[in-house]
Design a protein. Structure first.
Length: 219
């Protein structure tokens, strides 16, 4: 089977991003990309301070270490979303590049107020950022990871893998990228943007695959 080709557009323009979000159909897939909110230069300064200022209070040193070691998987207070990707089919997506606070606020507001149904894979990861910044989470959503777990549940963990890349490799091939691409400096990297778009499209297609499987059970 030939890998699916994803068609996508991207922007950091606030007006265009708002227009895109409002144009989405009643069912769409979404995904965040997240990075440490500290640049590589800021981390170099932190590393210098950690190595050379040995008489600082332990609490301050611990904070420096947390900031220096932070990455996209760290606490939302140490990170920021860099991309929101949304897809309405298995081939079409928008990627909104979140390089300013006002565009992040637009995204959080849309996701927590829209009446449209959102499809996320592993919503626990993404929703913690929404909850941290807004105090609430989306109202109408579907988590394809939880649905996949219900269908693929197996006592053998080797047969129980429900990661998006593992489930959808058959359709999109291997699209994972290096963890070094998830930084503020790589926000505009074309590979990172394409990765984000593919995540959203793969999530949408996984939902369709799951619905097809569920329909087989209906009598």
């Amino acid at each position: 089977m030939q890998n699916i080709v994803v068609n996508y557009e991207y922007t950091n323009n606030l007006y265009k991003a708002k227009k895109w979000l409002n144009s989405l159909p009643d069912l769409f897939a979404a995904d965040f990309e997240v990075a440490s909110k500290y640049t590589n230069k800021e981390k170099d300064i932190l590393k210098y301070s950690i190595d050379n200022y040995t008489n600082i209070p332990f609490a301050d040193r611990r904070i420096w270490l947390q900031k220096y070691n932070s990455n996209g998987l760290s606490h939302p207070g140490l990170t920021c979303i860099t991309h929101l990707s949304v897809a309405w089919s298995n081939t079409d997506a928008y990627v909104i590049i979140c390089d300013a606070s006002n565009i992040r606020q637009l995204i959080y507001y849309f996701l927590t107020t829209t009446n449209k149904t959102q499809i996320w894979h592993n919503s626990i990861y993404d929703f913690r950022h929404i909850l941290f910044h807004t105090g609430t989470v989306p109202d109408k959503y579907i988590d394809t990871q939880l649905l996949a777990k219900c269908l693929i549940n197996d006592a053998n963990p080797l047969k129980d893998k429900i990661g998006l890349k593992e489930l959808m490799e058959y359709a999109y091939g291997e699209w994972a990228i290096s963890k070094d691409d998830f930084t503020l400096e790589e926000m505009w990297n074309k590979n990172t943007i394409k990765y984000a778009a593919t995540d959203a499209c793969a999530t949408f297609m996984l939902y369709e695959d799951i619905q097809e499987e569920i329909n087989k059970w209906k009598i």
